[in-house]
Design a protein around this ligand. Structure first.
Ligand code: G1P
Length: 285
């Protein structure tokens, strides 16, 4: 039961980032020098995923162009002798195999995953939410795949969040079964009274039975088809686990989280670190 495919829901309107996202997809906002979505695609590749299924919508063609070859641009860079930049451009289009499908109506995360049903087929698959950027020594999905190998069940990535923030997430109630691994007992999307502080973060490994569960899930929180509700449905038939990954997570779908991710990731880049540090210190905060 190898996990070969990953679904990337990317049909949202990016309303938290308006007006920046009026004409460009949120997924294409640059984090240091790469679009947001490239970080999660690279994490998928480094974790051994072979095929990416991007669920797009209206106005998202820049994502497809980004992961395609750009003949004219590559020719121009070749002629100008810009070998390093050419290498970076070629690398992007060779990252992995991409397939695209569209979510025709904004009916929520669960519905977006359901749109990928035919492309996924009858095999376990991963889901990546591009807003969650995870900086980790071992890629977060790679850590989860190790857990999947042992349990052969759906795995949700979780992280402890302050209680005051819990209403912003899907929250699980769970019992610990081994270090960092929990058996999920219950889960609820953006609860008013959170049953714990273990929040679902945007990485999932799901068995294909989730599609039946999604088809049987009606609108939930915000009137949308929630993935959290479908996982709850799946739990009637299968055990679901949660894994507390190691690594630092940034909520890049939020303006302040996006800024923090830019600073933290730029500080890790040798060519930017010294200058950026000097600038930040000079702010005399
Ligand atoms: C989604 C999920 C939620 C999860 C969160 C993680 O919510 O519905 O369960 O905790 O991603 O980032 P969103 O942030 O899209 O509202």
């Amino acid at each position: 039961m190898k996990v070969r495919k990953a679904v990337f829901p990317a049909a949202g309107f990016g309303t938290r980032f308006l007006p920046a996202t009026k004409a460009i997809p949120k997924e294409m906002l640059p984090l240091v020098d790469k679009p947001l979505i490239q970080y999660t695609v690279e994490e998928a590749k480094a974790s051994g995923i072979e095929e990416i299924i991007i669920v797009t919508g209206m106005g998202k063609s820049a994502i497809e162009d980004h992961f395609d070859t750009s003949f004219e641009l590559e020719l121009l860079l070749k002629e100008k002798g810009k070998r390093q930049t050419l290498g970076a451009i070629e690398e992007v289009s060779e990252l992995m195999h991409f397939a695209y499908t569209r979510q025709k109506k904004p009916m929520g995360l669960g519905h977006a995953v359901l749109c990928a049903k035919n492309l996924v087929g009858n095999e376990p698959f991963a889901v990546f939410l591009g807003d969650d950027i995870i900086d980790a020594r071992v890629p977060a999905m790679k850590q989860m795949l190790r857990v999947f190998k042992k349990y052969s069940s759906s795995i949700l990535a979780v992280q402890r969040v302050p209680k005051s923030q819990a209403h912003l997430y899907g929250i699980i109630k769970a019992e610990k079964v081994s270090p960092r691994v929990y058996r999920v007992l219950d889960l609820v999307e953006k609860p008013k009274r959170p049953p714990s502080n273990l929040a679902i973060i945007g990485r999932y490994i799901l068995t294909p039975e989730i599609f039946d569960a999604l088809e049987g899930t009606g609108p939930g929180r915000g009137g949308e088809i929630q993935l959290t509700d479908a996982v709850k449905g799946l739990m009637k038939k299968q055990t679901v686990y949660a894994y507390e990954f190691e690594g630092e997570r940034f909520d890049a779908g939020d303006k302040i989280g996006f800024l923090k991710a830019n600073v933290a990731l730029a500080l890790k880049r040798p060519e930017m670190r010294a200058e950026l540090k000097r600038f930040l210190k000079g702010l005399n905060l």
